[in-house]
Design a protein around this ligand. Sequence first.
Ligand code: AMP
Ligand code: MN
Ligand code: MN
Ligand code: MN
Length: 297
Amino acid sequence: MPVPPQRPDLHCHSIVSDGTRSPTWLAQRAHERGVDLWALTDHDEVGGVAEAAAAASTLGLPFLSGVEISVTWQDKTIHIVGLGVDENHSELVEGLRRTRNGRVERGQAMAAQLEKIGIPGVWQGALKYVGNPELVSRSHLARHLVDAGVCRSMGEVFYLYLKEGKPGFVPHQWASLPDALGWIHAAGGMAVVAHPARYDLTPAQEQAFFDDFVALGGQGVEVVTSAHSPAESAHFAALAQQRGLYASCGSDFHCPEENRCELGALPPLPTGLVPVWEPLAARIRKSAPSSAAQPTN
Ligand code: AMP
Ligand code: MN
Ligand code: MN
Ligand code: MN
């Protein structure tokens, strides 16, 4: 029996999406913080996975490839994490490329709306923080607005300007749920509902969403995440048990300066759940044998 991970962290972001550090930096941070099973899950992008896997391998840090896909379900934006995917699978790569389409135009439209209410220069300002020209996120606009002194925190930017219903918000059509799950499954991965308490679903919507997710072959749910209160984690632990879903956990780390959750700083999964790393065991990348680096004389 392999030893189960003591400090798994299966959700975080690099500069390839809306984090601020490289995949290599994140691997080192995860390792320093005692993470013993790690996944990189950039938004709509697997471009950082190869670097993350190489860095994790050098550190002897067990690694799962990952992605967090933006999905539109019944006019709501829902995030689906794919774990253990083949990051080179053409169907996944092409689907993600299409999902990223329109982010630049959306960012420019958000900036134009902010300009109308007296906040100019947001597009040019946001571009200074963008690491991947195909992946402009609301986070990049928000970083600029904090650093320019318009708001005191990222949370304040979203609350005042960028959340749905606020003056800078521009709705967007993301991937469909069947497409997102289809790409993850084609690439050999497991689909996991990211931070399910964050979508303000009514009980009926929650039931309908998980009915659709399970019918499409979705198998996992994040139970422990920085976005959940203890009561929300307990709710989704019970849901995982009722629906026979595997349980995942992740900090959703983006940036050390933004005062969100640190890598590896999560409570353990509640007991009685089957963790996602059990069925994904064969997809976990362990470090290459060090003998490869030995001189042969
Ligand atoms: P986007 O994919 O462009 O819609 O951006 C979504 C991202 O914005 C999320 O992945 C979070 O990183 C960030 N975000 C959303 N709400 C908040 C918030 N209240 N505070 C800080 N960051 C947020
Ligand atoms: Mn994000
Ligand atoms: Mn998310
Ligand atoms: Mn995330």
